[in-house]
Design a protein around this ligand. Sequence first.
Ligand SMILES: Nc1ncnc2c1ncn2[C@@H]1O[C@H](COP(=O)(O)OP(=O)(O)OP(=O)(O)O)[C@@H](O)[C@H]1O
Ligand SMILES: [Mg+2]
Length: 341
Amino acid sequence: MPEGKLRVYSAPVYYDNKIIGIIVIAQSLNLMDIAMKNLFGIFTIIIPILIGIAILGGIIISNKALKPISHMTKVAREISVGDLSKRLNLPYTNDEIGNLAQTFDMMIEKLENSFKRQKQFTHDASHELRTPIAVIQTQAESALNGTGTKEEYKKALQVILEEAKHMSKLVHDLLFLARSDSNAEKLTIENLNFSELIEGIVNELAPLAENNGLILKIIKNDPSYIRGDQTRIIQLFYNLIDNAIKYTPAGGKVEISVENAGKFIKTSIKDTGIGIPEEHLPHIFERFYRVDKARTRKSGGSGLGLSICQWIVNAHGGKIEVESCEGKGATFVVWLPTSKK
Ligand SMILES: Nc1ncnc2c1ncn2[C@@H]1O[C@H](COP(=O)(O)OP(=O)(O)OP(=O)(O)O)[C@@H](O)[C@H]1O
Ligand SMILES: [Mg+2]
């Protein structure tokens, strides 16, 4: 018979419907007791230890995972104070946090560039306006001295008029660019007979070319049509031909050609003027960019014409290119999507 705590099972034994005996089976519960004690030990000691380890591990892992986020928060706070040169510069990891950090740095980079451009634009605009204002002021002051001749007064007024015209164009161009930046500049699109339009612009500028001792002519004019804003298209080619005339010395020529080139109309404005040095070519469409910074008012503008041209071409779904060799002239090529008559 086993010892200790027992579990007992009994059953009677029958023969001829009479009980002739009882079978008794006993099982020791010692082993079960030991197992229960072990289980109790597991539940009360090992499991809390395991839970503790899990919590600690969770804290360590989440702290590690959230470290970049707290770094982002810190940098974002510093940036909001006004320093846009700050970056996260986290080592790139191909996960959500890594992507977020990279996007964040790219966004700040774009913002910084945009602020820099805006600052430069305001600086350039005020500088450009300061010069004509100073000239007008000096001319008016010396005329008001009252000691000049009639001729001198007339000359002073002429200078004032020239400067006022220059300022008026500058303010007009600046307003155009400001409106285009804020998407307020809307195009009035209609069907345009492009070849006729170019002919009209060239006829209008012919006297100016002649006054400058230049030949301005259309060498090819394929019949072509576009969908566009008439005022803006005129402004675009007026600016380009005006540049060609302005930067070509007397005796030179400016040739215009309009060709159908598949889905586009290719218009080239080719001059034999001073040309643009290669290192300046990537910048000439930037606002206020002039190759010759010290150019006199008589021959130079404010450097806004080409940025306006580029905006107009882009807004019409086209593109503008330039080729030039210093001293040998420049060729501006405008591609505009063609349309049916
Ligand atoms: N056909 C050209 N030949 C030589 N240089 C050119 C020509 N067109 C443009 N440039 C150069 O590119 C610069 C930028 O041209 P853009 O038309 O933007 O300005 P601008 O003519 O100086 O002034 P604005 O057009 O605002 O009156 C010019 O200052 C000039 O240096
Ligand atoms: Mg110009």
